[in-house]
Design a protein around this ligand. Structure first.
Ligand SMILES: Nc1ncnc2c1ncn2[C@@H]1O[C@H](COP(=O)(O)OP(=O)(O)OP(=O)(O)O)[C@@H](O)[C@H]1O
Ligand SMILES: [Mg+2]
Length: 351
């Protein structure tokens, strides 16, 4: 059976997004980048009418004109959620182009784009153009979506590397087994960025009056923060998936729980699939050996026993949330499986 035939046969297990980014998009960034090496800031160019969807002041053409014609700076929020104030000597800025045409998916709270991303030195992607593409999650302009995105950014900052990439490891529940590649569970994260707009550096045109300047500033400052992550494919369609793939997804959920995280809204729309395995170069990956990831951690929770005050009570409710989440996943996948799969998930890794 040829590879293209098997891909075709398996294409049904995912649901292509109804949004179709252009084929000319550069290859996806799939490398893990430690937090310390992420860009300090983004220089973002908005194309088309993208900003209309995220901003309440869209009636004012002059404000839109400003956004469409200026690169806007977003600063990375460090994991303690305080943006860096000053410019460090080796302050590094990446560039990102957001276009409405490059919509990857839409949720109840957000719009997610695929966008060309130019990393600053010393990070050099080995693509012909030196550019890669990343998924950019933006919140729709309301209080709840914004706070979900903020929570998601904290969860991504807490994910251990072992959940973000394929690793050679061993399930401790099966200690006699040979080490095997353990699949990545969640997308790699490339940072959370917030608009940093200073009127004094805005470069306003000379004929703009004070009131309009203030309007532009307010408009720009209300742009959604951006969460950058790895593009991990298309939504799954559980009823078309063979049992072993459903079981594999349940195992990913078990590993997520075992690392101390719940996802909080574990529906099939929040699991995506792409050709795998990710241990092979992109051209050699196939959909009949898929790679699944759990996404969307707006309602995610991290249980950290080190910092938890009321340990017993909190752990009890966390355990309860885990079991509820597992039960939901089994229902969604229509898989009959005993409770408590999370016990399977303690793993050891080899770097
Ligand atoms: N990392 C990713 N890789 C590929 N597609 C993604 C990624 N993140 C999001 N998407 C796409 O965008 C859609 C919306 O993203 P997401 O689920 O994070 O938004 P949401 O508004 O929080 O969703 P919900 O309606 O579940 O609350 C997803 O269903 C998926 O199709
Ligand atoms: Mg979602």
């Amino acid at each position: 059976m040829s590879d293209s035939r098997s891909d075709h046969d398996n294409a049904a297990l995912s649901q292509k997004s109804s949004f179709s980014p252009p084929a000319a998009m550069p290859p996806c960034l799939q490398e893990f980048i430690p937090q310390d090496h992420l860009p300090d800031a983004l220089s973002v160019r908005y194309r088309d009418d993208l900003y209309r969807n995220e901003n309440p002041y869209h009636g004012q053409r002059v404000w839109e004109h400003f956004v469409a014609n200026n690169a806007l700076e977003f600063r990375r929020v460090k994991s303690d959620l305080t943006s860096d104030a000053g410019e460090e000597p080796n302050f590094r800025i990446a560039s990102l182009n957001l276009e409405e045409a490059n919509l990857l998916g839409v949720g109840n709270h957000s719009r997610v784009y695929i966008a060309p991303f130019q990393l600053p030195p010393p990070l050099h992607p080995s693509t012909p153009s030196g550019t890669v593409s990343v998924a950019c999650k933006t919140a729709i302009n309301d209080e709840e979506p914004r706070s979900l995105l903020e929570n998601e950014s904290k969860i991504y900052a807490q994910f251990p590397r072992s959940l973000q990439e394929e690793l050679l490891g061993r399930h401790s529940a099966r200690p006699d087994d040979r080490p095997e590649f353990l699949a990545a569970v969640v997308p790699k994260s490339y940072g959370y960025y917030k608009i940093a707009f200073e009127e004094s550096k805005a470069g306003f045109e000379e004929n703009i009056d004070e009131e309009t300047k203030q309007g532009i500033s307010r408009y720009v400052r209300s742009l959604s923060p951006i969460l950058l992550m790895e593009n991990c494919g298309d939504m799954i369609v559980p009823f078309r998936m063979p049992d072993h793939q459903k079981n594999h997804c349940l195992e990913l959920i078990a590993r997520l729980h075992g690392a101390g995280f719940t996802q909080g809204s574990l529906y099939p729309r929040n699991i995506v699939v792409q050709p795998g395995p990710l241990t092979l170069p992109p051209a050699a990956r196939r959909l009949h050996t898929p790679s699944f990831r759990i996404i969307d951690f707006g309602k995610g929770v991290y249980f950290d026993p080190e910092t938890c005050n009321e340990k017993a009570a909190d752990f009890g409710s966390f355990l309860n949330d885990m079991l509820t989440e597992e039960a939901r996943a089994r229902r969604e996948f229509n898989v009959d499986m005993p409770d408590g799969r999370f016990e399977l998930c303690t793993t050891s890794y080899y770097y």
